[in-house]
Design a protein around this ligand. Structure first.
Ligand code: F6R
Length: 262
């Protein structure tokens, strides 16, 4: 796991954008896994800037969003469909037929979930999965006690997640449709972004605690290619901060492409 600690959220977001951009430049038909929520907004803004000013081309890219609220139609102001369109997809040149978001308003969820998994496989699997982390340690909406082998399915939201997300967008549904932890772990590379002191506890448990279904993000310890972008506040409870800094200095020298620096 490469853990990069930045002085502030802006620097973390920009470097995350560099890694995504580098992925898209190296493989123009990359399959990207997208996250919603507040954390990736600055990364998306930077990618939009790169698209407009530097010609970063998403025309052959395929995207799969992690999750959606249950029972929410696409055009609802709280839907993740709208969130990702308004904050990213509507401002780049990805083809609409190549962008995928779980259908939160389906009449047959078992089928919808299975088809989502099939669509990811058919696209060749996810090359780079962007993740945020919830205060409960969730990735996607895989709340504590989610099976570490779980696939795309309906998942009941925890009280903490309902409280956190309601603060942002008003009353929210209590059930989601989310990629499972097993689905996420199949991505070839994972980029986790976390900023702010509210995430410090979840980040420390995920990165340095035991692998447990009580902290879904701890499952990332089993993945061979995870990069974690943090600001100082989110990194505050980590024990091995100095070690991570040394590793990053060496990586920047010897494998700068891993950090989107080349
Ligand atoms: C969103 C998602 C969630 C969020 C997490 C953090 O698609 O899957 O796991 O990444 O809840 O949300 P923010 O970034 O709003 O703190």
């Amino acid at each position: 796991m490469l853990v990069v600690i930045h002085p502030n959220p802006e620097a973390a977001s920009k470097q995350a954008a560099k890694i995504v951009a580098d992925q898209v430049r190296r493989k123009t038909n990359s399959v990207l896994g997208l996250s919603t929520g507040n954390t990736p907004l600055a990364t998306y803004a930077e990618l939009i800037r790169m698209h407009r000013e530097e010609g970063l081309d998403f025309s052959a890219v395929t995207t799969f969003n992690l999750d959606e609220y249950f029972g929410v139609p696409r055009d609802h102001p709280q839907s993740f469909y709208r969130h990702i369109h308004e904050n990213f997809l509507d401002h780049i040149n990805a083809k609409p037929e190549n962008t995928h978001i779980p259908d939160g308003f389906s009449s047959d969820f078992a089928k919808t979930c299975m088809e989502y998994e099939t669509a990811i496989k058919r696209a060749g699997g996810i090359d780079l999965q962007l993740l945020g982390i919830g205060r409960t340690g969730h990735i996607g909406f895989n709340e504590p006690t989610s099976s570490l082998a779980s696939r795309t399915r309906l998942k009941t939201l925890s009280d903490e997640t309902i409280a956190d997300n309601s603060k942002i967008s008003g009353e929210i549904p209590t059930i989601s449709i989310t990629m499972g932890i097993g689905t996420i772990l199949e991505a070839r590379r994972i980029l986790l972004l976390a900023t702010g002191g509210k995430k410090a506890d979840a980040v420390a448990k995920a990165l340095e605690g035991p692998i447990t279904s009580s902290v879904s993000a701890s499952a990332l310890q089993m993945h061979g290619d995870v990069t974690v972008m943090l600001d100082e506040d989110a990194a505050a409870n980590l024990t091995h901060r100095d070690y991570y800094r040394r590793v990053i200095d060496q990586t920047a020298k010897h494998s700068p492409e891993r950090l989107g620096l080349k």
